[in-house]
Design a protein around this ligand. Sequence first.
Ligand SMILES: [Zn+2]
Length: 276
Amino acid sequence: MIIDTHAHLNFNVFKDDVDQVIRRSLDKGLWIINVGSQYSTSKRAVEIAENYDKGVYAAIGLHPINLETDLVKIKVDPKEIQFQPKEKDFDYKKYKELAQSPKVVAIGEIGLDYYWKPKTKARLNLFKEKQKELLLKQLEMARELNLPVIFHSRMAHKDLAEVLKSQTQNEGVMHSFVGTPEQLQEYLKMGFYIGFNGIIFKTIQGIDFKENIKNAPLEKILIETDCPYLTPPQMEGRNEPLYVKYVAQRIAEIKSISYEKVIEATSQNAKDLFGI
Ligand SMILES: [Zn+2]
């Protein structure tokens, strides 16, 4: 069995063939966690999961870039959703209701994202504060519901680590980890899992994915696709859960262990963390 711990089959780009994509994954013994990015995509992730007896799960949450702010304009990706207003605030009650489905196995993806940011210092500070506030509310919900967290962090590791150290610990995974060896150690020390996907095939300045994969113990690694994004170079077009095998192969190669061992360990890790 393989588990793609971070997919977005709940996104617009899969609306016409989501069932086929899931069927061909399940047929190969591949399980999927579809991750929400705001209320509509979270709800969709739950609806999809409820169509299957086993093997398809959901995470729900409000991604920091989907929080409405007049501090900076962030465009909505049409691959993700067709027109949909951003959320003015995090509606705790609504999300909590959604989490009542037994298919919901995590809160995510949530975190901090400083990729698009306001230009003045005062506005930037406000922007960061707003994101932190949103994150804290969702961490509280995760603890209340006893669910692990799928973290998103872009250009924000320092602040994220600070937030996480400042409050009661949640369990979770640093999805799509792009950081330094020091940041990796910091998260490992806090007990988090580390998620790797097709981004490991890219060259990103200052990031040594090979080193990070070597330094992350196998019992702390999760594999994911983040589909439809980050298609591994072996394939082209839209990414999908089946392509997670290329990520597993690369990890096996870097760690000089067998592909089977990577699959076995990462599946066990996902089962332990998400209780599936
Ligand atoms: Zn994602």
